[in-house]
Ligand binder design. Structure first.
Ligand code: NOJ
Length: 597
């Protein structure tokens, strides 16, 4: 009886152990299931994301061009000093014309200023980390002249703290394999030069600019191989000195813009390129270019010769105004003709458009190593005769009237953000082809392209920007297939930032910046993921090409231990461990059940 009882107890103990083991196994199985479900969930997410980016799903199937960009094509994003740095009066920085202009009442939307903006001055490491996350090849930024030379006059004082800031930025970029493209002048002229000389109205600031440029070459040229002299001089001239919407806010109609542009062209050529040639090029082996903005002009009626000529005139008065002298030595003939004729009608003895001496022409010609093109939008253009003024009356002379044309837009063109910015991707390809045919197919960098949104978007859901980038980048690809020599593309802009007279009401950034928060936190918008995808595929590979790339990526993953430890863990280790544990659990369970029976 006793031994029977002992047997029964042993059996109960064994059963209890078995129950515990089974419970244990069941728990493990549950855990594995959770792993597998999670893994499947992640896979489904990846697949659905991949579907979003499946170029073959595009609605404009017919017009979309599948293909990748040439090897070595450089992908970047951009910014400028006044728009992002903040720290407007810190560490010895002098005042710029934008500091002064933005503090005047009524000049900027909601009287906002760039005083702190994105606080980029304090966030070098953070912002370079964002660039790294995007996998950018280059970053375009500008140097603040008054941060380096507070009064604009080098013999007065050079601000070492300013030099340190750009040193840190350059070093951090290079440590992260991001090529810096540096603009010397993105609109923030030292205020003292405006007050003393009238800014770009006076050629005497040429030497001060030359000193500033020389200082940049000397201090940073060992690390900078791409220099841009001026950014968008059209805006500097027209909005700064003709309409007065931008700093310094002068309204010198019909003359101010032409004079400012004339000096900028001479300074670009005479000082910079020749200075760089004489003193730095051999040692530093960099290239120097200019960044010009240009809308494309399309004739309203292509069968009407007058409209065709008006559209061409529109582009010549825009991009051609600066590019033609720098590539061919003089202004476009059509500018000389139209401004000259109207000046005569106004009773002037000579044209309001200044002239270059023969010596200057040969000096200026061919001074750009590359052309930076900033492009955002297009206009339809029709001929419009502006009646000549009464002799001696110059009240209505202006750059705009000189062109004898009217600009129109198609109401169906999307305009998600800025009032002036309609999304017309095909205009980009035409502008790039224009550059190719007019200036002997120079090396081109797209230095700005992008779209804004009005304040309403706070949800990082910028699907219109994704559409804009996709279409514009695709048109750029077509232009490259047409033979245009485009070497790089710069999305405008990396961050939301101070948008000149529009303040912070228009956001161009790939990253959202919370300006209300002191910390100015950055958040990626949906377009970040999209742009990243374009960068990693180097364009829009068709599916077969994509499969090849995937295979190459897997190989890369296996061969390159540094590429992605995380990718290895999430894509290979976790699923393998899960699957193995399920298999082992199943075998073990079967084994136990069989033993029991
Ligand atoms: C061109 C200017 O260079 C840039 O600073 C500005 O943000 C964009 N246009 C958009 O307006």
């Amino acid at each position: 009886m006793h031994s029977r009882l002992q047997e029964l107890r042993k059996e109960a103990e064994t059963l209890l152990k078995l129950k515990v083991t089974l419970q244990d196994q069941l728990n493990r199985l549950k855990l594995s299931c959770v792993f597998v479900v999670c893994h499947v969930f992640v896979l489904v997410l990846c697949l659905s994301e991949a579907q979003d980016f499946d170029w073959t799903n595009t609605k404009q199937h017919g017009s979309f061009y599948y293909g990748t960009f040439p090897t070595g094509f450089s992908w970047g994003a951009g910014s400028s000093a006044y728009q992002t740095e903040g720290a407007w009066d810190k560490d010895g920085k002098g005042l710029s014309i934008w500091d002064v202009f933005s503090h005047k009442n009524g000049k900027i939307q909601q009287n906002q200023t760039g005083d702190s903006s994105c606080e980029g001055y304090y966030k070098v490491k953070d912002d370079v980390a964002l660039m790294k996350e995007l996998k950018l090849n280059h970053y375009r930024f500008s140097v603040s002249w008054p941060r380096l030379i507070p009064t604009g006059v080098k013999s007065d004082h050079v601000n070492d703290r300013g030099i340190q800031y750009y040193d840190e930025l350059l070093d951090t970029l290079l440590e992260n394999d991001i090529t810096p493209i540096v603009t010397l002048y993105h609109w923030d002229l030292p205020q003292v030069l405006q007050e003393k000389y009238g800014g770009w109205q006076n050629i005497s600031i040429i030497n001060h600019f030359n000193d500033f440029a020389n200082l940049c070459f000397e201090k940073f040229g060992n690390r900078v191989k791409y220099w841009i002299t001026f950014n968008n001089p059209w805006s500097v001239a027209v909005e700064g000195y003709e309409t007065g919407e931008h700093a310094p806010g002068l309204k010198l109609k019909g003359t101010g813009a032409y004079r400012a542009a004339h000096h900028i062209i001479k300074i670009t050529a005479k000082c910079l390129v020749h200075t760089y040639d004489a003193q730095w090029r051999q040692k530093q082996k960099g290239v120097v270019g200019i960044s010009l903005s240009g809308d494309w002009g399309e004739p309203v009626d292509i069968t009407n010769q007058k409209d065709v000529e008006a559209a061409e005139r529109f582009v010549q008065f825009y991009l051609g105004w600066f590019a033609t002298p720098l590539f061919h030595g003089d202004y476009p003939q059509v500018m000389k003709d139209f401004i000259g004729r109207r000046s005569v009608q106004e009773g002037l003895g000579s044209s309001r458009l200044p002239t270059f001496s023969p010596q200057e022409k040969s000096y200026i010609k061919g001074t750009c190593d590359f052309l930076g093109v900033g492009h955002f939008t297009t206009r339809y253009v029709t001929h419009k005769n502006h009646p000549p003024p009464a002799p001696g009356y110059r009240g209505d002379s202006s750059y705009f009237l000189d062109r004898d044309l009217a600009e129109l837009v198609d109401p169906r063109w999307p305009d998600p953000g800025s009032e002036w910015l309609y999304a017309v991707p095909w205009g980009f390809r035409r502008l790039l082809n224009f550059v190719k045919s007019q200036y002997g197919n120079p090396m081109v960098f797209v230095t700005e392209n992008g779209v804004s949104e009005k304040m309403r978007c706070t949800e990082l859901c910028d699907e219109w920007r994704i559409q804009y980038l996709k279409d514009y980048i695709n048109e750029m690809l077509k232009a490259i297939k047409d033979g245009v020599n485009v070497k790089g593309y710069t999305a405008w802009s990396l961050l939301d930032k101070f948008e000149w007279d529009e303040g912070f009401t228009e956001r161009f950034g790939l990253f959202y910046v919370d300006f209300r928060n002191k910390d100015k936190a950055r958040y990626p918008k949906a377009s970040v993921h999209f742009y990243k995808r374009i960068i990693s595929s180097n364009g829009f590979p068709n599916q077969r090409e994509e499969q090849r790339n995937t295979a190459a990526n897997i190989l890369r993953l296996i061969h390159d231990p540094l590429t992605s430890h995380m990718e290895m863990v999430t894509e290979i280790v976790v699923p393998t461990v899960c699957t193995l544990s399920i298999l082992i659990s199943a075998v073990f369970l079967m084994f136990l059940l069989r033993r029991r029976s």
